[in-house]
Every structure is written in C-alpha cells, then in structure tokens.
Write a protein that binds this ligand. Structure first.
Ligand code: T1G
Length: 646
C-alpha cells in the first residue's frame, strides 16, 4: 500500500498520506514524506504543496507502538525541518485530529488550513513525554507563550475555531478540504509568504510569570513529571535561540521516552483503546440501541439518563409516582444546568438534552425501549419487583440491565422471562462524568446482549470492563480490601492523616479516609450490617465504631475527621482517636512511601485473586477500573502494572 501519494492540481502538488487507522508517523511514513520533499523540490512546475490525509483523520501523531524501541531515522524533528525548508511552501490540510507529531508536522508547513470539525493538540504529556519534534519550540512562535503553555502542559486539544483564534491555523474551511486547501495555496502565492514558523519571533514572559505557572502545574500534576519538564522546554523556547531550545526539547523527549511514567501511560493508553472492542466478542453483533429507558431518577438514575442523552439517545425515565418523577427531572435539570455553568453545554444544547427525556410513572412508556436500565434503591426485593414488572411490559427482545453495585445480578434476574437478555451495567457516580462501566453478565446472558453492553459503552464514550460475579465485582471488591488494609495500618498506630497524606502523595486525589468522609461511612456499614443480618461472619471494623457513634462523614459534620460548620477541610479528630484507641497500638511513624506501598500491594494482591477467580480477564482491565473508577493516578499505570503484573 502506498503510504504517500503525490498528485498534481495544476501547479499545486497534493501529497496524500494514507496510513490507516490514524496516519501515525511510523518510520516508513516518515521516509515516504522525506522522499516526497526531494521529489517535489526537484520539480520546477510545482509552486506549492498541499499535505492532506486519507481516512478519518490527519496525522494523529508519532507511532506510539515504536516507543519501546530506539528511534529510527528519518527522525521526526528532522522531517519537520525538511518540510519547513522545502523549496516551495507546504500547506497542511487538517481534518479529524492533528495531534502530537501530526501537528508538529503541520507547524513545519508554512500554512495550516483546518476543516471546521477538526482539532489540533499536543497530547504528549498524557503519554509521559514532551513533544519531540518542535512542539514546545514552534507552538509559542505561532500562538504565543501563554497559549503554548496551556496546550502543551495539559495535552488538551483545541477545536478549529479556537485554533484559528490562537493563530495555530491560518484558515478554517467547510466542505471539500482538498479543494479549499488548494485554493488557499493558490491565493497565498499571490502575496508575500510569511516567515517559516521557526523564524518567527516569540515574546518571553518575565521570571515571575514562569514561577506562577510552575506552581499551578505542580499542584495539578501531583507527582507527574512530564508537564513540568514541558514547561522547562517552553521557557527555553522563549528565552534561547531556536536551535538550543530544540536541543533541550529533544534531550528531554528522549529522557522521558524511556521513563517509568511514560511506560505506565502507554500501558493505560493501549488498554483504553482495547477495552471497548474485546477480542472475545469479535464477530458478535450487538442488538440495536435506538431508544433507552432508566428506572429511577435518583442521583445515579439521573446521571445515567444524562449520559444517554449526551450520546444522543432518546430516553424514557420511569419513577414510582408523580412526585418522584418531578424530583428525577429536577435532578436532571441540575446536571444540565451545571454543564451550562461550566461551559460544557450551551443553553440550547441543555434544553435539547432535556427535551429528549420522556418522564412518567406509566410503564407503558417502556413498550418500545431497546434497553432498560434499572437504577433504584440497592435492595434485592425492590429490584426484583422492578424486573417482574419489566418482564411484563417490555419488548421480548429489550435488553434489561441492573445498575447494582453490590447485589448478585443472578438473584435480581431470578424469575425473569428469558434471562438471556439480562445484564449488569455498573455505572459509577456521577454516571454522566465517570468513564468506567463495569459490565457484569450472568451465566444466562446471551453473547449478543453482552456485545450490546460494550456497544452502549462505546456510544457513551465510556471505558467498559467485563466483570464476573462476586461481592463488589472488581472495583468495589478491591476498594473493600484497600480500606481494610488502611484500617490495619491504623491498628498498627499509624494515624488517619498519615495514611491519607501518603496516598495523596502517591497521586490519588484523596486518601481512603477522606474519601469515606466524602461518600459517607454508612454506605459500606449498611453492606456489612446486611451481610451480618444474612448470617455472614463480618468482623467489626473501625468504621463501624464511628458510624455507631453517629460519625458518618461530612454529611454529619464528622467522620474520620472533624469538620467546622460550612467547611469541608478535614481536621484530625481527637474524638475519633479516643473512639478507636482501644483497638490501636501506640502511635508509630511510618514513611509515606511505605504506607503507599503497603496499600498498593494489598490492592494488587486482591487483583491477583480476582484474576485467578476469572472475575477480571486481564491485569490491564483491573488497572482501567482503578484509574477510571477510583482515581488511581494513570501515570503509575494502575496497581497491577505498578507491582509488575502486566
Ligand atoms: N500511534 C499508534 N497507534 C495509534 C495512535 C498512535 N499515535 N493513536 C491511535 N492509535 C491506534 C489505536 O491504538 C487503535 O488501534 C486505532 O489507532 C484507533 O484508535 C513526536 C512523540 C487519534 C483521537 O497521543 O488520541 O506524536 O485498537 O480507537 O477513537 O511529539 O486515537 O484499532 O488496533 O483511539 O477514532 C501523540 C493518540 C503521540 C494521539 C482517534 N498522539 N490517539 O481516536 O480511534 S506522541 C496521540 C488518539 C507524539 C511527537 C510525539 C486517538 C484519536 P486498534 P482509537 P478514535
């Protein structure tokens, strides 16, 4: 297959890259483009060159699969320079995503023309590296230092309109990109050409500005290295000659490329891309998903409705009575109003989201639903009653799903006509934000229904992980072990604050005790009490002592920590120390690294048991659960990757 094709449109040459699936810049493609420059430089009839891509996107970056190997020539920064120094001006015609090396190549061109639906970005820091082909040095010369710092240190892409505002692209077009880019090239030739990007000036901010950015980035990065190293490269780009800044960028890129954080982030990158299309479901067609329904408009149910609406599906929301329907709609409005406040949705979009919801308490509304997701109170009797009703009113081929997080789906499905269409879909709250979806088939679930669960995840932009049936499936089972190990440290005399500080230092947003105070200690306590009531031997936990003392977390003004009225800042609690004193050893200082290692080892140990019991299919699946469901730092790769199980 020809990776690089050269056509002529009169005196404009058109170079088309065709390297599915995302035109990644592997060695062969770099060589093809390298040779194309020589071919076109040697053709006096050519006055300009349009660089365009076949398929769904412009060049999406360097080929990440090459990262584990020594870089091979022609090296990307050299190719970018070669295009910039070509005898004729090159114009990049961008559609889809021009990311990383793809956008760096576009910055080697004299102009950039983007389709209005395109995005451009430099996501390298999300892979634990920095741009390695002039991204930190050319971007400031196009968009200015402040915009370049945002683009490079966050790795977040920008859409075509924003890119035009920033000066990252020279024109935004609609319709036929190739024809428009050729026309743009012809028009550009009628005017003096702008300087090559590398020759354009850059204004250097003062040192205080850099210190301010460093503090903000260090706070956000929480131990991640690449964003701060990228900032250093950007400062060099502003303060030093182009060649010296390029040398610093290249050295930084090569240094980080082989780092543990880069290996961990690549692990998550490929796991995220493999998750929505598992090999064991290849060739199994999912059932159609045109209309969905949710039973229950509480926090979880409303979040699921919002996620379905975000994916463009019309949704029926069923509640038990009109008052509950009204409350459900209020919950939904609150979600969309919040999205408008945060700029994620416009007012018309929010109105459209809401208009696509039919809410009521008449189950006849479910007659035409392809998928019905139950999200009612976590009680087996309540759920069984819901599914008894669904079995009567829904189409025989409708997929019926439970959102249960702890109950055995087999018990919920018992008595359902045709349990083959029943499945567990465990969303994480808030369901319209959290990407993780645990998909829990029962032994009766039909393969097409399982495939439909994964198809739903794809349409919702979620990360699906298939889980076997056990208490807590994958994520909550590991969470229970993690919390038990954290309490074991307390019993050894380590303080609540020391455990939380250690896990925050490890990169989690908060430690296990802070998190319980936020979510409420009584949720897990109710699970334990339910198990005890069912005759299981569940030893008392330190958390039980607190709940019985009325300390359920922030919502009761105190849990593992005290909270001043109206203040959510956790304060170490003398009351808690007194309550647990009979159960704990004399205070001891354990190094934060040792605390974190102990808790990560416990998570990984539980993960190994989950793998051995077939509850999870791969270690990477467990890492995805921890990263996307529980805030595990992705730049550590997850507890399995971090402890060597890959
Ligand atoms: N290299 C190799 N394969 C890639 C790839 C890449 N950069 N990006 C995607 N793929 C594969 C992916 O594994 C999957 O494979 C298929 O393409 C479709 O991906 C020098 C060093 C472009 C927005 O970080 O963000 O350039 O499973 O399912 O949803 O400074 O892919 O089909 O076999 O995600 O349409 C910087 C990462 C690299 C872009 C498309 N670039 N990719 O999303 O498809 S570092 C990136 C994405 C760099 C330079 C540095 C997305 C996408 P398979 P997909 P999608």
């Amino acid at each position: 297959m020809t990776l690089v094709r050269i056509d002529r449109d009169g005196d404009i040459a058109v170079v088309t890259v065709d390297n599915p699936p995302v035109n990644a810049l592997g060695q062969a493609l770099r060589q093809g483009l390298w040779d194309a420059v020589a071919t076109l430089d040697a053709d006096p009839a050519v006055r300009a060159v349009v660089l365009i891509c076949a398929g769904r996107t412009f060049i999406a970056g360097a080929d990440v699969t090459e990262f584990g190997r020594p870089p091979q020539p022609p090296h990307l920064p050299d190719l970018v320079d070669r295009i910039e120094g070509a005898a004729r001006p090159w114009i990049a015609a961008i559609h889809g995503s021009a990311l990383g090396g793809g956008f760096e190549l576009a910055m080697g061109c004299r102009f950039r023309v983007a389709l209005d639906t395109a995005q451009v970005g430099l996501p390298e820091v999300t892979l634990g590296i920095v741009p390695g082909a002039s991204g930190t040095v050319r971007t400031p010369r196009l968009a200015g230092v402040a915009a370049a710092v945002d683009l490079v240190t966050t790795g977040r892409p920008v859409g075509a309109a924003r890119a035009l505002d920033l000066g990252l692209v020279d024109a935004v077009v609609t319709g036929d990109l190739r024809a428009q880019a050729v026309a743009f090239a012809r028009a550009a030739l009628t005017r003096p050409l702008p300087q090559p990007v590398s020759a354009r000036p850059v204004t250097a901010p003062d040192p205080a500005w850099w210190e301010d950015r460093r503090k903000a980035i260090a706070k956000r990065a929480r131990g991640e290295v690449a964003p701060l190293r990228a900032l250093d490269c950007l400062r060099a780009a502003a303060e030093r000659p182009f060649a010296q800044a390029m040398a610093q960028e290249r050295a930084t890129f090569l240094d980080l490329r082989g780092s543990d954080q880069a290996a961990a982030l690549r692990h998550i990158f490929f796991a995220e891309r493999a998750a929505p299309r598992p090999a064991h479901l290849a060739g199994i067609d999912p059932l159609p998903l045109r209309r969905a329904a949710v039973i229950g408009g509480g926090t979880m149910g409303a979040g699921i409705v919002a996620a379905l609406r975000d994916a463009g599906l019309p949704v029926v929301l069923i509640e038990r009575d009109e008052a509950a329907v009204a409350r459900g709609l209020d919950n939904l409005r609150a979600i969309f109003d919040g999205a408008v406040r945060r700029g994620r949705l416009t007012e018309p979009q929010a109105a459209d989201r809401l208009a696509g919801v039919t809410a009521g308490c008449d189950h006849a509304l479910l007659a035409d639903s392809d998928l019905v997701i139950e999200a009612v109170f976590e009680d087996l009797g309540v759920k069984r009653a819901v599914f008894d009703r669904l079995g009567q009113v829904c189409r025989a081929d409708a997929v019926l799903a439970t959102n249960t997080s702890y109950l055995d789906p087999q018990l919920i499905a018992r008595g359902l006509p045709d349990p083959a269409r029943f499945i567990g879909l465990h969303f994480f709250s808030p369901a319209n934000v959290m990407k993780l979806l645990e998909i829990v088939p029962t032994p009766d679930t039909a393969p097409a229904v399982l495939a439909t669960g994964f198809a739903l995840a794809r349409s919702l932009g979620k990360i699906p992980v298939q889980a076997g049936i056990c208490e807590g499936f994958i994520g909550n089972r590991i969470l229970k072990r993690y919390r038990a190990e954290a309490e074991a440290l307390l019993r050894q005399g380590v303080t609540v604050a020391a455990v939380d500080a250690a896990m925050r230092a490890h990169g989690l947003a908060m430690g296990p005790f802070e998190a319980q105070d936020l979510g409420g200690l009584d949720i897990a306590w109710l699970q334990r009490e339910g198990a005890r009531a069912a005759g299981q031997d569940v030893p008392e936990t330190l958390g039980d002592i607190l709940v019985r003392a009325g300390r359920k977390g922030q919502k009761t003004g105190g849990g593992w920590y005290d909270y001043a009225p109206g203040d959510r800042t956790p304060q170490p609690s003398a009351a808690v120390a007194a309550l647990i004193a009979p159960q704990v050893a004399p205070a001891q200082d354990m190094p934060a690294e040792a605390i974190a290692a102990r808790l990560v080892a416990a998570m990984a140990d539980e993960g190994r048991a989950i793998l051995a019991q077939g509850i999870a299919r791969t270690p990477a699946d467990i890492d995805l659960v921890e990263v996307h469901g529980y805030g595990y730092p992705r730049w550590r790769g997850g507890p399995m990757f971090e402890t060597g199980l890959r």
